[in-house]
Ligand binder design. Structure first.
Ligand code: SIN
Length: 490
């Protein structure tokens, strides 16, 4: 058994921030990453950027935009607006030197994304997440007091009467107990869906751990679908075409070249609105997609500003400077998760959550673009600091005996993802959700003890949440139910 003050599960922006802040409070930290490459995370795939408003922008404007887009909780939005800019400046820019793009005069370049009233998203071309992740991983590897364990699978939380006191994990073929206050920073769940912008490991692992240990989760059915992922005939994982492409002038059009989003904000309407428009339009198109027209840029501009998207388009034979980009929606972000307060504390003593796995109240039913990296940074930092100052964790004795689950057949994984896409996707109905739950139950009866067990648990919670909420709100859209209140996009 290994003992630390803090065990951080997940090495994206929230996990790294938690590890750094805790270690700087003097804590001994174990940072566990699921992938053998410690830089592999959801954070790495973020394209658009991170919110960092111009210092002249009044904080109330950002708070307003966040609440308008998602109908979330004002205290959470206020916290993000109050603490985010200073952390970005001090940690990411000054200390870690993340090379955000600047204009000729040396000022940070700020771009615009959907439902933002002003340009306030800083970026490193179209691979902002990778630039931030690289800098943060380098920092945690160099940080005194942090030990990074890469290639670790958390199988269960160590939880009992006294709350949570660590994890049981599989590392290099051995089952290990790792004791300490525990921060879940495991990212999202998009890979439960057939089409997603997320990496394959985004299976809601942290949510399953929390559910099994009895921590409260909320709003899991608020799954945000990104309207513009690259359409390719083969393949389930979708390459993201950043909203910043629309923020800098591209418009969504149908096969006939006519703009398809009928909304005062046009192609920059809130994400859920645009995703539904795209979904309906593609149902009537052959091939089933719509198009992003970014041909208005001067020659060479698209390739220089969006080099990763440009390269990927060229790989499939499309030149975005001269041709329209075929796009479709894909599951992108979980607005709900493990309930966490302003310090990331969950309802289970000894357990904190930060980043996409957490439900902090910031996003409500529809996340404002580019809030996620900032939320991970702010809540990760606060959770690490809070956990580091919370005394020692005591493990339950004896430690539970846990065996690693057996693999599940590929066909069962595929079926799970199809069920989620068909029954819990962009447009939902009570009948479809009910059918989905029944199908998941059949899968659970056969494969519940395999590696599919945890993903099935989370998937079911999503569908049950969607069935229970009999009105449409933000990214939860029930075709058979009225539109609820409080979310501009709905
Ligand atoms: C994007 O680049 O479009 C994604 C931004 C986000 O999801 O916040």
């Amino acid at each position: 058994m290994l003992r630390f003050d803090l065990v951080v599960v997940g090495g994206g922006i929230a996990g790294c921030a938690a590890a750094l802040s805790a270690a700087r409070e003097g804590a001994r930290v174990a940072l566990l990453t699921r992938h053998p490459d410690p830089e592999e995370s959801n954070t790495r795939y973020a394209q658009g950027g991170i919110i960092h408003p111009d210092p002249d922008e009044p904080p109330e404007l950002l708070i307003h935009d966040i609440l308008e887009a998602g109908g979330g909780e004002p205290e959470a939005a206020r916290l993000l607006a109050a603490e985010g800019p200073e952390l970005v400046e001090r940690l990411l820019i000054e200390e870690l030197g993340v090379p955000f793009d600047r204009d000729e005069g040396g000022a940070l370049h700020r771009t615009r994304e959907a439902a933002h009233s002003t340009a306030r998203v800083i970026h490193r071309r179209d691979t902002t997440g990778a630039a931030i992740q690289e800098a943060l991983t380098r920092a945690v590897l160099a940080q005194e007091g942090v030990q990074v364990f890469a290639g670790v699978r958390a199988l269960s939380l160590l939880s009992g009467e006294g709350g949570c006191s660590g994890v049981v994990a599989l590392y290099r073929g051995e089952i290990l107990g790792i004791v300490g206050h525990t921060v879940l920073a495991t990212g999202g769940l998009g890979a439960l869906y057939r089409h997603t912008t997320n990496p394959p490991g985004a299976l809601g692992e942290g949510i399953a751990l929390a559910l099994r240990a009895g921590a409260r989760v909320a709003d899991l059915h608020y799954v945000q679908f990104h309207p513009t992922a690259l359409y390719e005939k083969e393949g389930e994982r979708r390459f993201l075409v950043s909203e910043a492409v629309r923020g800098e002038g591209a418009v969504l059009v149908g096969e006939d070249g006519e703009e398809i989003v009928d909304h005062p904000l046009g192609s920059l309407a809130p994400r859920d609105v645009v995703a539904r428009v795209v979904w309906s339009a593609m149902a009537e198109s052959d091939p089933p997609c719509v198009y992003l027209d970014a041909t208005g840029h001067p020659p060479g501009r698209f390739a220089a500003r969006f080099p990763a998207i440009y390269a990927r388009c060229r790989e499939i034979g499309i030149d975005p400077e001269r041709e329209r980009i075929p796009v479709v929606p894909a599951a992108h972000y979980s607005c709900g998760g493990v309930e966490a307060d302003a310090n990331g504390r969950t309802t289970l003593e000894g357990l904190w959550a930060a980043g996409e796995v957490a439900r902090t109240g910031l996003h409500g039913a529809n996340r404002l673009a580019s809030t996620s990296l900032l939320e991970g940074l702010v809540w990760g930092w606060r959770a690490g600091r809070d956990a580091a100052s919370s005394g020692c964790a005591r493990p339950p004795l004896p430690l539970p005996q846990i065996a690693p689950p057996a693999p599940a057949p590929e066909a069962a994984w595929r079926r799970l993802r199809e069920v989620m896409w068909e029954c819990g996707g962009i447009l939902r109905t009570a009948a479809g959700l009910q059918r989905g739950i029944e199908e998941l139950e059949e899968l659970r009866e056969r494969y519940g003890r395999t590696e599919l067990g945890s993903p099935l648990l989370v998937a079911r919670a999503i569908l049950e949440g969607a069935l229970a909420e009999g009105e449409s709100r933000g990214c939860h859209h029930r075709e058979d139910a009225p539109v609820g209140s409080g979310v501009r996009g709905a």
